[in-house]
Design a protein. Structure first.
Length: 578
């Protein structure tokens, strides 16, 4: 019997109450579901319904909240008389919003901070007290954190001491500049605060600027060959397999910070795939096509140009997942042209996808699929919005404070410029990827069939270098570590500091750290406990590892060949598509 019909003596569950409310709203609920594909509103509704049935737990949480407010009020009163009494709430050490000294020394702002932090904890305590399923609770926590961050006192001029001080110092000019930024973003940036000043960057000049030639083009990708910078190069060429969620040049950022530039300077013959930006005409392009017309085709072109029958591959994020699919496909069909695979911030086992799982459970993927099928693609702004939501405090509200309240111009930063240069996703490909990886985890369980071939990862004999980033919120490092148990070749795992992108963009002069451990226990925490910390860039560790698998040095191969003549200079045409 459906929840809407009821049953005598049956007490509806919170989930059923939420469903009843959705049915009662009718078309309005459907419109909300189309907008909120991840189902955050339904999760919050389920929590609310559960709390209505648990008044004692609500009273307990509220009593604690009241006690915290009283203690915060007492410490605020004491500070107004010059006594530095510690309050009950302290900002997280990683929370940069309350670094201004006024949040500690000015009683008004201190009291405001205590109230805000206590209110935030109360809301999360209520979710914990609701007793709903863990998946629903996690989604409700994520939605609540977004709303709490949106209402932070640092997001409003009258309650942001740094912005008020700047307004006084500039005699109001910062307020006018902030209003100008606000109206500009309202008109030209979808109402979101600008994260970056892209006017300082030009493709081929100070981004994607490593010299090279496009030596092959099909309907899906261009293959770039980079010009040698050394008298001799390694025998085994290097293919870069980037994600197609963004443009390829995350691997070729500003000179001095470019992984491509650095790899070429180390003596590698480097090729990189640059994918086309999909439109409605590519709605039926499948993940099979990305495999066969992407790296599979690239292997044939590279072999013809270099005369070498083996290649080392570096795959990043989704490009790394495709690399694992490629080498499993090759292994199943008896081919072994890939000597090694470097997987950068890549998930193969999607058992624990981290915060991305909030958006990509079965119901969410189904709603998203319906939206994609109507258009034929997933819009780049929707993908960007998802990533912004995951780190809204840093990627949205931080720029509200600096840009709209303080009137500052957004920074000119190469990573943010790349991040703003998004791409669309073909409907069929993205639907298959989300369902088979995030929802069903087929690849890790040897249940995926791609391009007519069953993929079995233990048949993979290529060595693997797996790099994960400690603070990665898109490919959590422990999920990346799970790949060490799946592949059949020799595996090295390295953990870098920083996040999903900054953990990769790690030039030798960077002041970051990384960890290594030759042992690979089943428990990632055990691996970390035994790991050795190193100062500097993991690029040096990788350079030694890949050199041992790159063959002898020899004169560089020609740029292109008789069959694959250079078409145009790098970075090519596809990377410029909007």
């Amino acid at each position: 019997m459906s929840p809407s019909t009821g049953a005598e003596g049956h007490e509806p569950t919170p989930e059923e109450v939420g469903l009843l409310a959705t049915e009662a709203l009718g078309p309005e609920a459907q419109a909300l579901a189309e907008f909120d594909t991840a189902g955050f509103a339904r999760a919050l509704g389920t929590v609310t319904a559960a709390l209505a049935q648990r008044p004692l737990q609500v009273l307990e949480c509220t009593t604690r909240y009241g006690a915290t407010l009283a203690a915060g009020g007492w410490s605020t009163l004491a500070r107004s008389f010059g006594f530095p009494v510690a309050g009950p709430m302290r900002p997280d050490g990683r929370d940069h919003r309350f670094q201004d000294a006024s949040w500690q020394h000015h009683p008004l702002f201190y009291g405001m901070q205590q109230w805000y932090l206590a209110w935030s904890r109360w809301l999360h305590d209520l979710i914990d007290a609701a007793g709903v399923e863990p998946a629903v609770a996690e989604k409700a926590h994520a939605a609540t954190e977004f709303l709490v961050d949106a209402l932070s006192p640092t997001n409003f001029l009258w309650s942001n001491p740094a912005a008020l001080r700047r307004a006084v110092d500039t005699r109001g000019l910062s307020v006018l500049a902030g209003l100008r930024n606000f109206f500009h973003d309202l008109a030209y940036n979808g109402g979101k605060p600008s994260q970056v000043d892209t006017s300082a960057f030009r493709l081929g000049e100070n981004l994607a600027a490593t010299p090279g030639q496009v030596v092959f083009r099909n309907d899906l990708m261009e293959l770039i060959q980079y010009s040698p910078q050394t008298e001799t190069t390694f025998e085994v060429p290097l293919l870069l397999s980037p994600p197609w969620i963004n443009k390829y040049y995350i691997m070729d950022l500003a000179p001095g910070r470019s992984f491509v530039e650095w790899a070429v300077s180390q003596g590698h013959t480097v090729f990189a795939i640059s994918y086309r930006n999909p439109d409605e005409s590519m709605r039926n392009v499948a993940l099979d096509d990305y495999l066969l017309s992407g790296p599979y085709q690239a292997l044939d072109v590279i072999a013809e140009i270099t005369g070498t029958d083996q290649v080392n591959i570096v795959g990043l994020c989704l490009g790394g997942t495709l690399t694992v699919m490629l080498i499993a496909h090759l292994a199943a069909n008896g081919g072994h042209p890939v000597r090694s695979a470097t997987l950068l911030n890549t998930m193969v086992d999607f058992t624990d996808p981290g915060p991305m799982g909030h958006f990509l459970d079965s119901a969410s993927v189904e709603r998203l699929d319906r939206r994609m099928q109507r258009r034929g693609y997933l819009e780049a702004s929707e993908m960007a919005g998802m990533f912004d939501f995951l780190r809204a405090r840093d990627l949205i509200w931080n720029y509200v404070s600096s840009g709209w309240l303080m009137g500052e111009k957004p920074p000119a930063f190469d990573i943010l410029a790349w991040n703003a240069d998004g791409t669309r996703m073909p409907a069929d490909m993205h639907s298959f990827y989300l369902r088979c990886c995030y929802v069903e985890n087929q690849l890790a369980q040897d249940q995926m069939t791609l391009a007519g071939t069953e993929l079995h990862l233990k048949k993979v004999e290529a060595d693997a270098y797996i790099l994960a980033a400690k603070e990665d919120h898109i490919a959590p490092w422990k999920s990346s570590y799970a790949t060490t148990r799946l592949l059949g070749g020799d595996v090295r795992f390295v953990l870098s500091s920083s996040g999903h992108v900054a953990g990769i963009v790690n030039p030798p002069r960077s002041r970051r750290v990384y960890w290594t451990n030759d042992d690979l226990p089943a428990d990632p925490e055990e691996w970390r406990a035994g790991a050795e910390q190193h100062e500097g860039s993991w690029w040096h560790d990788w350079a030694a590892w890949i050199a041992a698998r790159a063959g002898a040095r020899r004169p560089p191969p020609p740029m292109g060949s008789t069959k694959y003549r250079p078409i145009e200079p790098a970075p090519g045409t596809y990377v410029r598509q909007k």
